[in-house]
Design a protein around this ligand. Structure first.
Ligand code: AHR
Length: 520
């Protein structure tokens, strides 16, 4: 099809999908007003997750004896990529793994640590990587540690002792054990999770909402007695299987724990098994909805209290994951969850992060699952590593940490996803008041239409230079590999015609764009 014909076809599609008006009369619009602030883009939104699963820890971040590792066994090439990604929070040790994990197995001289079965994933756990190795890794990578306790088969007593081991400054049994293991100073771990996906029947030690809430309440009490400065994340529901009352789980947990937790967790994985890009990327509306529902449940739990304890959402597992599923946990574990991400998966990163930015007032922590090899942006072999397609949006969006998330007004051609009308353009915007720069993050979900949008700015004058960062590829299935990181963003500066403090930019079909605008 020639360029003119293609442009006409695109225009026709846009006309059809607008509720009213024609594309010519009513192009897509994005309106930026730096006074309409949703909240701060919390730096904790750019977290990752390292679970004892497949090759995430062993052979991923930690590879004893490898020539690419340092004296402590940390892969230096991976560490450099993790630093470059600027990971803000690292969640550990699971995931499902933690529900059968006893932290005491993973401290002390490595050769004396017990080798255990890992009955979450059907593996063997050497325990050579444990609490001190994890916390050392956090220190070296610059990430804030987030430890999740064993609320499955574990006990409240071991949870409080874990806090004591990590954070106690006095000479107590567990603090002295830490010292004996080479760490005089407390690690000061602030973020603690009260278990992982306990609502899921796949979880070791799965519980009913009431049983979990009672356990978590007592665990919170005991852990805070060990250190009252810690922040706690309750295990919210992540079980969206048809017929399961995930909302009821959260309601119960919030009712019991509303005065004792700082966050409730939410997990979401998406996939494209039917090879339909627009439906795949429509999942952004599920993410928005789930966040809004949990937000509402938090408000409902606060109702009637004069000074409610603030509770936020920790979106502490999210990603694309569908190619490496299996019938049982052991089958999944055997496969190692090594998803090879393609170009279209990189677009999904923008979709998740746009949603988090649009809910910056309530989503204050997030962890992409995971970091290396296992559903991860970084992949290793014994002698090399490469960055998957999804690495680049994570890194670029991360530059907006600390900015003010803006409530941009957006209208765009739309389509139907799950019975809902959603825009082809999925947009978030942030503002950095220190540098007077506005970032407009736009995902064009259309499989075949470039979409021109009029971008208007209400406060301050736009400068005629704009930065463009763009993931755009003709091949939706293009992947990176060892020695071949071909799927990458394109960056450039463009001149924009800023008549009437606005301009038009055409967002290419199936692309992710970040425009950086300067205000004077
Ligand atoms: O990230 C992989 C697994 O997905 C985690 O172990 C679990 O929490 C979730 O179901």
């Amino acid at each position: 099809m020639g360029a003119t014909k293609r442009a006409l076809a695109n225009a026709a599609l846009i006309v059809l999908s607008f509720a009213t008006g024609s594309a010519a009369e009513q192009p897509a619009r994005i309106r930026i007003d730096t006074e309409r602030v949703i909240g701060v883009v919390n730096p904790r939104l750019f977290g990752n997750f390292t679970e004892h699963l497949g090759r995430c820890i062993y052979g991923g971040i930690y590879d004893e004896g490898n020539r690419l590792s340092d004296a402590d066994g940390f892969r230096k090439d991976v560490l450099a990529a993790v630093r470059d990604l600027n990971v803000s929070v690292l969640r550990w040790p699971g995931g499902n793994f933690v529900s059968g994990y006893h932290w005491i197995d993973g401290v002390g001289p490595k050769d004396k640590r017990p080798v255990r079965r890992d009955d979450a994933w059907g593996a063997i756990e050497s325990n050579r990587f444990g609490t001190d190795e994890f916390l050392t890794y956090c220190e070296r990578s610059g990430a804030e540690p987030y430890i999740c306790i064993n609320a499955g088969l574990g006990s409240i007593d071991e949870a409080r002792h874990w806090v004591e081991y990590c954070n106690e400054p006095a000479h107590t049994y567990y603090a002295d054990l830490r010292r004996a293991n080479g760490h005089e100073q407390p690690w000061k771990v602030k973020i603690w999770g009260l278990g992982n996906e306990i609502d899921g029947p796949w979880q070791l030690g799965h519980k009913t909402a009431e049983d979990y809430a009672k356990f978590a309440l007592e665990a919170a009490k005991a852990m805070r007695r060990a250190d009252d400065s810690i922040e706690l994340i309750a295990s919210g529901s992540s079980n969206f299987r048809p017929g399961y009352d995930w909302i009821g789980w959260n309601r119960t947990v919030l009712e019991y724990l509303k005065n004792d937790i700082d966050y409730i967790s939410l997990h979401t994985y998406i996939g494209n098994p039917e090879n339909n890009l627009e439906q795949f990327l429509g999942a952004g509306s599920d993410i928005d909805r789930r966040i809004a529902i949990v937000d509402g449940l938090i408000r409902a739990a606060e109702e009637g209290q004069t000074t409610p304890h603030p509770i936020y959402i920790a979106f502490d597992e999210w990603n694309v994951w569908y190619r490496t599923l299996g019938k049982t946990e052991f089958e999944i574990g055997r496969k190692g969850l090594e998803e090879r991400y393609n170009f279209e998966d990189s677009l999904a990163m923008g979709m998740f992060l746009n949603s988090f930015f649009r809910h910056a007032n309530i989503v204050r922590l997030a962890n992409l699952a995971q970091l290396v090899n296992v559903i991860a942006p970084i992949v290793t072999s014994r002698d090399s590593m490469f960055r998957q397609t999804i690495y680049w949006p994570l890194r670029e969006y991360g530059r907006q940490r600390g900015n003010l998330a803006l409530d941009a007004l957006v209208s765009s051609p739309s389509y139907t996803y799950n019975g809902r009308e959603i825009g082809y353009l999925d947009v978030s915007a942030t503002y950095d008041p220190k540098t007077h720069r506005v970032f407009v993050n736009v995902l064009n979900r259309s499989v075949d239409s470039d979409i021109p949008a009029r971008i208007d700015n209400l406060q301050g004058q736009l400068s005629p230079n704009a930065g463009v960062w763009e993931m755009d590829n003709t091949d939706l299935k293009a992947v990176n590999g060892f020695g071949d990181e071909r799927v990458r963003p394109d960056t450039r500066t463009v001149k924009i015609d800023v008549g009437h403090n606005g301009f038009t930019y055409t967002f290419p079909k199936h692309s992710l764009t970040i425009l950086t605008l300067e205000l004077s």
